[in-house]
Write a protein that binds this ligand. Structure first.
Ligand code: GRF
Length: 195
């Protein structure tokens, strides 16, 4: 799993594995692209191998991607989960892991997504537009930004007087449900295909 921040989505997946909701998957590696990610501590607490590949130490996106690729190769993984990961995944990695990289985005794609829509900006844009429904989406990662095929999606109401922070918190709760469910679905499909 790749993270950039609090790692609450990572925690949701850890919990789903612990409770047996995801029964045929394990987290082999957590990579953070910036220091002080609480998510790294979460991984350590649960005995999951974790690494900091600080993006500041790499000249550009490609170098960071090659470092990530090398680490993924080292452990051997079937699925790459972007859980609040803010760096760009480049074409080479997308091609190598076609339909094996998933991302959770805090809106109903195709609304409020794409370049520049990350973090609180997504929720502020939804509020500014005046939509009454936002939500969360788990989707495959392709060469575009938030353009890959949708795996799961769930709506969340936008309430009168909501701030971006209020809406973010409501959407995050749904992300915590949706991301583990999407991973469960993909793990089950992978198992079926192996039989
Ligand atoms: C989530 O809302 C995710 O969709 C967005 O950033 C937030 C990350 O939360 N990209 P966390 O790091 O999993 O707590």
């Amino acid at each position: 799993m790749l993270i950039s921040g609090g790692g609450s989505n990572l925690q949701a997946v850890i919990d789903a594995i612990a409770s047996g909701t995801i029964c045929n998957g394990e987290i082999k590696l957590v990579i953070a692209d910036r220091p002080n990610c609480v998510g790294l501590e979460r991984a350590k607490t649960h005995g999951i191998k974790s690494l900091l590949l600080d993006k500041k130490n790499y000249g550009d996106t490609e170098q960071l991607n090659r470092a990530i690729e090398a680490e993924l190769d080292n452990v051997g993984i079937d699925l790459v989960v972007l859980a609040g990961f803010l760096s760009i995944i480049d074409q080479k990695l997308v091609e190598k892991y076609r339909n094996k990289i998933v991302n959770v985005h805090p809106s109903l794609i195709p609304s409020f997504c794409g370049a520049g829509y990350y973090g609180q900006r997504v929720h502020q844009a939804a509020i500014d537009y005046g939509v009454r429904i936002s939500g969360a989406t788990v989707h495959f990662v392709d060469e575009g930004t938030d353009t890959g095929k949708i795996i799961l999606q769930e709506a969340v109401p936008v309430l009168e007087g909501d701030t971006a922070k209020d809406l973010a918190a409501r959407v995050l709760e749904v992300e915590h449900k949706l991301l583990p469910l999407a991973i469960k679905k993909l793990c089950e499909e992978a198992c079926k295909n192996q039989q």
